[in-house]
Design a protein around this ligand. Sequence first.
Ligand SMILES: Cc1cc2nc3c(=O)[nH]c(=O)nc-3n(C[C@H](O)[C@H](O)[C@H](O)COP(=O)(O)O)c2cc1C
Length: 192
Amino acid sequence: MKLLIFAGSTRLNSFNRKLAHVAAQLARAGGADVTHLELVDFDLPMYNADLEAQGTPRDVMRLKQLMYEHPAWIICSPEYNGSYTALLKNTIDWASSPVKSDVAWQEGFKSFSGKVVGLLSASPGALGGLRSQSHLAPLLLNAQCWVAPRAFALSHASDAFDARGQLLNDAHRSNVQAVIDQVLFAAERLTT
Ligand SMILES: Cc1cc2nc3c(=O)[nH]c(=O)nc-3n(C[C@H](O)[C@H](O)[C@H](O)COP(=O)(O)O)c2cc1C
């Protein structure tokens, strides 16, 4: 199963990037074919329809194609002001915008429709970014994704990783593994 993993942060020491790394390692160890994206590697300006009318940026097309090729996704979502980050919203807005000049990409949700998505989040706070998940889930459902019921929010993230970015607590690792397992289980059955 092809599994796409990315975090909604580009911060150097991002907890969500670390969580995405852990998820990628666990999923690979379990045999999944993992693509671990770093959004910093995509040159996405702030979405603007006037800009888009001049041509969809090349990295948007690259992102759309990658998303389309992966039936299963895991998103690690930071929480800003009780919601997900502007980076994540901007990424999703670009990736879901129809490309009017390209017949293959005129359906905006082509990259999203039918994907099985697992949600992880990490925050230094006590709720672990759970509220970002509660905003992200309806957005993904609207984009015709299946959102896995199993999710995990890593609270007190500043104390949760060792110097090499590994989770210190076995229970946390098991919670990440449970999300991966459910996403792969569902993707095997719900996607073609
Ligand atoms: C503008 C802003 C708003 C934030 N709001 C929240 C919040 O509502 N809840 C929370 O748990 N953390 C909040 N934080 C703290 C983030 O969880 C913290 O910066 C975290 O490290 C971001 O994720 P990252 O480490 O993956 O970059 C906020 C941070 C910023 C910069």
